[in-house]
Design a protein around this ligand. Structure first.
Ligand code: GDP
Length: 194
């Protein structure tokens, strides 16, 4: 999609704050620093629209970005902060669980993992959880420009194995620097939101 119009419609913590209307939504999840803002900015052709590297301890909200009056990207706050309290973590868990399990407009979830490393325990737990709820998921491995192309296949295998992905489950190798994978991610989104 050629994107010209993007606006942050609302930062929500509770269902009554979610946008009204019936536009389809695609959520993006991943631990902080995985490259979620960079992926979002690449998809919408902006240098710095979505905030990058959100600070641990900051208010955790679901951010709804309306794209071309056609769909929303829903930025789900990153998991895996060591510093937040147990209570914070539980509140965060409830907020995203409510959203991901009860939102009719949600058409798919993009799960980001750092392409340079094996998925973390949090990544694995999140992916398992999405599968358990039968939520349509695309795994995106980020920062691929940081590893040699000769290692991409091996890295993809490691990620697929750790996340126990079947051969047919989609995975895109992505780089916000080279834009590798951008079209494949958009294809996946468009199939679910048209
Ligand atoms: P977020 O916390 O998940 O939103 O992560 P950011 O998008 O802010 O990225 C975290 C850091 O990784 C920043 O310093 C980005 O510049 C860097 N980064 C993100 N994506 C890429 C990528 O594809 N390639 C490279 N080389 N760096 C990236």
């Amino acid at each position: 999609m050629d994107v010209h119009n993007v606006e942050l419609t609302i930062s929500a913590v509770a269902p009554k704050q979610y946008p009204s209307g019936n536009l389809p939504e695609i959520a993006l999840v991943g631990r902080s620093n995985v490259g979620k803002s960079s992926l979002t900015n690449t998809l919408i052709n902006r240098r710095s629209f979505a905030r990058t590297s959100s600070q641990p301890g900051k208010t955790q909200t679901l951010n709804f970005y309306q794209i071309e009056q056609q769909l929303y990207f829903v930025d789900v706050p990153g998991y895996g902060y060591a510093k937040v309290s147990k209570v914070e973590r539980e509140k965060w868990g409830q907020m995203i669980e409510t959203y991901l399990t009860s939102r009719d407009q949600l058409k798919g979830v993009i799960t980001l993992v750092d392409g340079r490393h094996a998925p973390t325990e949090d990544d694995i737990a999140m992916h398992e959880w999405l599968n358990y709820y039968n939520i349509d998921t695309l795994v995106v491995a980020t920062k691929m420009d940081k590893i040699a192309k000769s290692k991409w296949n091996k890295q993809e295998k490691i990620i697929r194995q750790s996340l126990e992905m079947s051969g047919t489950e989609p995975l895109v190798l992505f780089s916000a620097v080279s834009k590798t994978g951008k079209d494949a991610v958009w294809d996946w989104i468009e199939e679910r939101t048209k």
